[in-house]
Design a binder for this molecule. Structure first.
Ligand code: 4AD
Ligand code: MG
Length: 430
């Protein structure tokens, strides 16, 4: 008799199978028990009759608590009314473990309580849906780059120097020395692009974000492509294509999960190329019209991004920010040297920045003077400067923040539910 998963149950109609999982729910009616079984791939109702299984098994099944683990053998039957369309007529049941009183019940719990119990909360159906969408997005990103012959190159986690400003570095002891947790794999991807042409990395990145917001984690995952012989325009096309590939994939494969999350699918269905492009000047003009607190010359704040992105039904790309508010490695616009050849992609519906990137400074002397201007310790960047000594070429790339993307795709209010075990300024447990 085959042991199967709930998501393949349709293939076994009329047959006897064994399912292994956890008791999600239980109701008893006279000589009948309905068990809702969860196995990670789906939910199915198992029906047990006292007359079929005998008194002893019926009584021990009555005593099963929520989240007890079981093996159930029974016959698969079609039931149009049942969730998923199938039901299991139980012939026997083996208790693997009788669960202690489960702390999460269908009643409303506060977010702090749920976060304290994140290791258990992952079993709940909405959390399950979010993480299934996350998985699909990761898979879509990898396929997008792999199908264009990019090479996956892993960046290190321990790094000697900052990539994205020194104020958010996590410092750690490294034997007799100091090291920092990586803020971005970009600088390493630049080296890799000179070796492989088109590369990407996908890994955890760390920022000591001291602000408590709905968009910031201290540990988040980034997909970072980098391409040799690529300019800002090529970079933007790559970013646009990636977002369309993600949206297409989740609409194709994760519709059910998105519906469970009550996501308005029409908001995703209207996303297609080309995305509107705004120069920093255009963005500043919009903010002026909307009476934002925004000060011309500054970086856009989260509320500013919300105002701008709320104007469009698809992602917006904002380019050419003042160089002063951007990182040291950004190439300047030759026609307006106070502007960076950079792009931020803002997700619609007010979700704000999910991608940051641009063209990199490829001239040795210019880059060296930027490192000095930013008061960065030049000796830690010797290897990076080498890339401008040995066949330097125009190149560009970007970073897509995975959790912000999941927040937007799922239509969530807060980033904390988009990663299995969130790390924020106030949380490192569980
Ligand atoms: O705009 P950022 O800082 O760009 C970089 O790190 C570049 N070095 C990437 C590159 O060009 N290779 O970060 C990129 C993205 C942001 O758009 C955002 O989606 C996400 O990373 N991000 C965060 N996500 C969650 N929590 C945080 N604290 C984040 N900081 C950035
Ligand atoms: Mg950014």
């Amino acid at each position: 008799m085959p042991t199967v998963y709930i998501d393949e149950i349709a293939k076994f109609q009329g047959q006897e199978v064994t399912l292994q999982g956890w008791v999600y729910n239980k109701t008893a009616k006279g000589k009948l028990i309905f068990l809702m079984l969860r196995d990670g791939t789906g939910l199915i109702q198992a029906v047990m009759f006292r007359d079929t299984v005998g008194d002893a098994l019926f009584e021990s099944t009555l005593a099963l608590t929520q989240e007890s683990s079981v093996r159930i053998t029974g016959t698969v039957s079609e039931d149009k009314r049942a969730k998923g369309g199938f039901e299991l007529q139980v012939s026997t049941l083996e208790v693997v473990h009788l669960a202690a009183e489960y702390p999460i019940s269908p009643k409303e719990h506060g977010i702090d309580f749920l976060m304290e119990h994140r290791h258990l909360w992952l079993r709940s159906s909405l959390q399950h849906a979010v993480l299934k969408v996350r998985h699909e997005i990761i898979s879509a990103c990898r396929d997008y780059f792999d199908n264009m012959n990019f090479t996956l190159i892993d960046a290190p986690i321990f790094t000697p120097a900052a990539a994205e400003g020194t104020s958010t570095l996590f410092e750690t002891n490294y034997f007799e020395d100091k090291a920092y947790l990586t803020q971005s794999g970009q600088l390493y991807m630049e080296a890799a692009a000179m070796a492989f042409g088109k590369v990407y990395c996908f890994g955890p990145t760390f920022r000591a974000e001291k602000s408590k917001t709905r968009r910031h984690l201290t540990e988040f995952w980034m997909i970072e492509p980098e391409v040799a012989f690529c300019d800002l325009e090529g970079d933007m096309e790559l970013a646009e294509g990636l977002i369309c590939a993600i949206v297409e994939r989740v609409l194709d494969k994760r519709r059910e999960e998105l519906k469970r999350l009550e996501r308005d699918l029409s908001k995703l269905e209207c996303i297609r190329k080309p995305f509107p492009r705004l120069d920093y000047e255009d963005a500043a003009q919009i903010l002026k019209e909307e009476n934002s607190q925004f000060v011309y010359g500054d970086d856009l704040g989260a509320p500013d991004e919300t105002i701008i992105s709320a104007r469009y039904d698809r992602p917006v790309m904002v380019t050419h920010y003042p160089a002063g508010v951007k990182a040291f490695y950004m190439k300047r616009d030759p026609e307006r040297p106070d502007r960076a050849l950079c792009v931020d992609l803002l997700a619609p519906e007010g979700y704000g920045e999910i991608i940051g990137g641009g063209q990199r400074e490829d001239d040795l002397d210019t880059l060296l003077s930027r490192i000095h201007e930013h008061q960065l310790p030049v000796e830690n960047y010797d290897w990076y400067l080498d890339l401008r000594k040995f066949g330097s070429v125009p190149h560009a790339g970007f970073g897509l923040g995975l959790e912000r993307t999941v927040t937007w795709i799922c239509g969530l209010q807060h980033i904390r539910e988009t990663i299995p075990f969130p790390r924020t300024i106030s949380r490192i447990y569980p």
